[in-house]
Design a protein around this ligand. Structure first.
Ligand SMILES: Cc1ncc(COP(=O)(O)O)c(C=O)c1O
Length: 385
């Protein structure tokens, strides 16, 4: 009998959330942008320096709201990594724009800035990188390319709240807009939720309109107008204040959660380093100076066969690991858009060899040494050392 069952992910329970949610339940303002939404937005603006923060029902919604805000139109082209979640691609196609898939860098699994310029055409409007595993994408390289060609950079920062890049910028603070997820699988979650950070002051009012079903209700709330109406394209991009109350407790515990997850990341780094030295596997190699939020840890095996053997070995010990994304360009939808698997050989090759390991804050409190011991056993058998 195994001592522990190790799931891939577990939401972290913050006791204060119960008190906050009860407060929201008893209040007369339970829809979006009430007390707890404002408290969340203020906390994030203070900590990360975002100009404005919109609490939305999911990271997927944050991506769609951002694409509307950036004025994406049918026929526009958007450059994004193929190695991402469907929501990144959906946000583009929902506006009638075309996703143009780019290769990734194996050190981070993020978009490879060296490959971006060759994909730019007169129709390109946006670069949409992601911060895979909480590792900030290379904006030091991406932003100048965007500036040269007059493109918007919109970061899918679903996984990277509370990470800092090698130049010392918080994730989401270095581009006009960035989308975050607060899904239960993320570091700070409320079941389903998300955020859009808006740093271009000229876009903030328009973002309010888009969030409020395309109406100028914000002007009525601010006492500028007496009656609101339909002014632009929008949707219902509001998180309920009840979920925001839960989320606020998570944000208050941000340092504790990050530190607990860090213990797991440190244990993985120590376990895998000898196998990295021998050339059997690769692990994340963020640029020096990056401060991670410890969202995820991935291992790239030397062959798809060894990846399978590793996963099968973990299964015997009731440890859940996960193969990562199916690249978008070779997914059913990607193929229907005209892409072929061979279009991005490096992405295909890496996606067939990568594993994402279990990582959640409670694992830093219980079960960690058991799991590391079992994982070490599986690795030693696999690479006979
Ligand atoms: C890179 C990326 N983008 C977008 C999303 C979607 O976020 P949500 O589940 O909050 O809609 C995810 C979720 O895992 C993600 O990993």
């Amino acid at each position: 009998m195994n001592k522990y069952r190790i799931p891939f992910n577990k939401p972290f329970h913050v006791p204060q959330a119960e008190e906050y949610v009860l407060d929201a339940l008893r209040s007369d303002g339970q829809c979006g942008n009430h007390k707890w939404c404002k408290k969340c937005a203020d906390l994030l603006k203070d900590k990360f320096g975002f100009k404005e923060v919109f609490l939305v029902p999911s990271g997927t919604d944050a991506l769609e709201m951002g694409c509307i805000l950036a004025g994406l139109k049918p026929g526009d082209e958007v450059i994004l990594p193929s190695y991402t979640f469907s929501s990144t691609g959906n946000a583009v196609v929902m506006q009638g724009a075309k996703p143009v898939f780019c290769e990734i860098n194996p050190d981070t699994m993020n978009i490879d800035p060296d490959q971006i310029e060759s994909l730019i055409t007169p129709r390109t409007r946006m670069i949409l990188p992601i911060d895979y595993a909480g590792i900030p994408c290379d904006l030091e390289r991406i932003n100048p390319i965007a500036e040269k060609y007059g493109l918007t950079v919109f970061v899918d920062a679903a996984q990277s709240l509370n990470s800092k890049d090698a130049q010392g910028y918080w994730s989401g603070a270095r581009t006009p807009i960035a989308a975050f997820s607060c899904h239960e699988t993320k570091n700070f979650g409320c079941g389903e939720g998300g955020l859009l950070s808006v740093n271009n002051p000229d876009w903030i009012l328009q973002a309010n309109f888009i969030q409020e079903k395309g109406t100028d209700r914000r002007l009525v709330l601010d006492g500028v107008k007496s009656k609101y109406g339909w002014v632009t394209k929008g949707s219902s991009f509001l998180l309920s204040d009840i979920l925001a109350a839960m989320l606020y407790a998570q944000f208050e515990a941000m340092d504790e959660i990050t530190a607990l997850r860090g213990k797991v990341v440190d244990a993985y780094s120590t376990l895998f380093e000898p196998f990295v030295q021998k050339g059997c596997v690769k692990v994340p190699r963020p640029p020096a100076g990056t401060i991670l939020n410890n969202h995820a840890f991935f291992v790239i095996f030397d062959s798809p066969k060894n990846r399978q053997a590793f996963l099968a070995g973990l299964k015997e010990w009731d440890i859940s690991a996960y193969i990562g994304y199916v690249p978008l360009h070779s997914s059913t939808m990607g193929l229907s858009l005209g892409y072929k698997a061979e279009d991005l050989p490096l992405t295909e090759n890496l996606a067939a060899r990568v594993v994402r390991l279990p990582l959640y804050a409670d694992l830093g409190r219980e079960g960690l040494s058991y799991m590391i011991d079992r994982m070490g056993y599986v690795m030693s058998k696999l690479y006979s050392c």
